[in-house]
Ligand binder design. Structure first.
Ligand code: DGL
Length: 278
């Protein structure tokens, strides 16, 4: 009888796993699709338990472990933690417990900000959990001795984006309210330290231009993470260069809402999402 091979696919052909607390990680997937069009991506959005931003570190760590286990069980060559809140508190644990290279969004954004700033005054907006953790302060201190981090939570921007309310008076007022204290402190660089904020980038850039007397550079954690993924794949010789890659989406609640908002607000190519239980 012919023997069927049980050999697993070569590592280079495995997908890259990406997870987020919900839909916001699509900004990272979008940036990765542009930077790495030939890679397969498997995305998990924990839409049943979003938002993570106001939860304590122990809860976020527990959720992160469950999300990673789900993706790792499907076979991965790399894991990308798209969520800033998870990257802020759970990255070290994931790197110790799981046997795949893990890329978070905070270290790459900190490096990009250190390159962009001239004065060393770097603002960060993110969820309560991200700002409270001090993760951006530590990441910037690790790459530059001349940077001062000025953090401000901006939680209201998350539901505004999910509502598709990304232009006009209401989001403008919210953005102004959050950025005024940072501009008064003289930042010249702003890290968009939350998955949802890159969707508001045009508005944020406009508001910064009116509030600040000097030009302020914005750093998107989604773009910074996509560049880091590319560099890590190259360093490990894991980059695939044949055929176009595909993306598969899993969510823990309301797949139809994920498809709708993912397409309409995040401009991602989401045709279908599969409902799963962690
Ligand atoms: N994904 C989260 C982050 O980037 C934002 C949404 C949430 O609070 O879960 O921090």
């Amino acid at each position: 009888m012919p023997r069927t091979s049980t050999r697993p696919p070569p590592r280079i052909d495995l997908p890259i796993g990406v997870f987020d607390s919900g839909i916001g990680g699509l900004t990272v997937v979008r940036a990765m699709r542009i930077a790495l069009p030939r890679e397969d991506i498997v995305y998990l959005g924990d839409t049943a338990r979003v938002p993570y931003g106001g939860r304590g570190p122990d809860t976020v760590i527990r959720y992160a472990r469950q999300c990673t286990r789900f993706l790792a069980d499907r076979g991965l060559k790399m894991l990308v933690v798209a969520c800033n809140t998870v990257s802020a508190v759970a990255l070290d644990m994931l790197r110790v417990e799981f046997d795949v290279p893990v890329v978070g969004v905070i270290e790459p954004s900190a490096r990009a900000a250190a390159r962009a700033t001239r004065t060393g005054r770097v603002g960060v907006i993110g969820t309560e959990g991200t700002i409270r953790s001090g993760a951006y302060d530590r990441a910037l201190a690790a790459v530059s001795s001349r940077c001062e981090v000025l953090g401000h939570p901006a939680p209201l921007l998350v539901p505004l984006v999910e509502e598709g309310w990304i232009e006009g008076e209401v989001p403008r007022l919210a953005v102004e309210r959050y950025l005024t204290p940072l501009c008064e402190l003289g930042i010249d660089t702003l890290i968009l330290g939350c998955t949802h904020y890159p969707v508001l980038r045009p508005l944020i850039d406009e508001v910064l231009a009116t509030l600040s007397s000097r030009p302020v550079a914005t750093v998107s954690s989604a773009d910074a993470a996509a560049n880091e993924v590319m560099a890590t794949l190259d360093a490990r010789e894991l980059r695939r260069d044949e055929r176009r890659g595909a993306t598969r989406f899993y969510v823990t609640d309301r797949p139809e809402q994920f498809v709708h908002v993912g397409t309409k607000v995040f401009g991602a190519d989401v045709e279908t999402a599969e409902l799963v239980d962690l």
